[in-house]
Design a protein around this ligand. Structure first.
Ligand code: FES
Length: 118
């Protein structure tokens, strides 16, 4: 349901509060819509160089794998704990080159909020 809604408003953004509470080298998940009805779970990351990004938590390696929130590996890579693959938090690229990249979304930070564009 949410994905259909988001497609109607492509290039629309979702505002997520708490940007000032995500320190460098950390990530956290947010849920957009109902996960059972096409909602999305995103991992918002702030690398140690201060850049923010948003990744779909669905791991492209195998169904059921999810990127986990918490410290980024080496301050820049999101981790899927199922097979311990690492994904570049900025590009979504798999660091082991064993599967395709994670879907990424544009994020801007403004007034202590994340603005995520779909
Ligand atoms: S399912 Fe994510 S690394 Fe295998």
């Amino acid at each position: 349901m949410l994905s259909k809604f988001l497609k109607l408003f492509r290039k629309a953004s979702v505002v997520v509060p708490g940007a000032d509470q995500l320190p460098p080298g950390e990530s956290r998940t947010i849920q957009l819509g109902d996960g059972l009805e096409g909602g999305k779970q995103l991992l918002i990351c702030r690398t140690t160089d201060g850049e923010v990004s948003a990744l779909d938590t669905q791991c492209p390696h195998e169904p059921g794998g999810r990127l986990m929130p918490g410290p980024l590996r080496e301050g820049k890579n999101a981790v899927c704990p199922l097979h311990n693959f690492h994904f570049d938090a900025k590009t979504g690229r798999n660091m082991e080159s064993m599967c395709k990249a994670v879907e990424t979304y544009k994020v801007k930070e403004k007034n202590g909020e994340f603005h995520i564009t779909f």
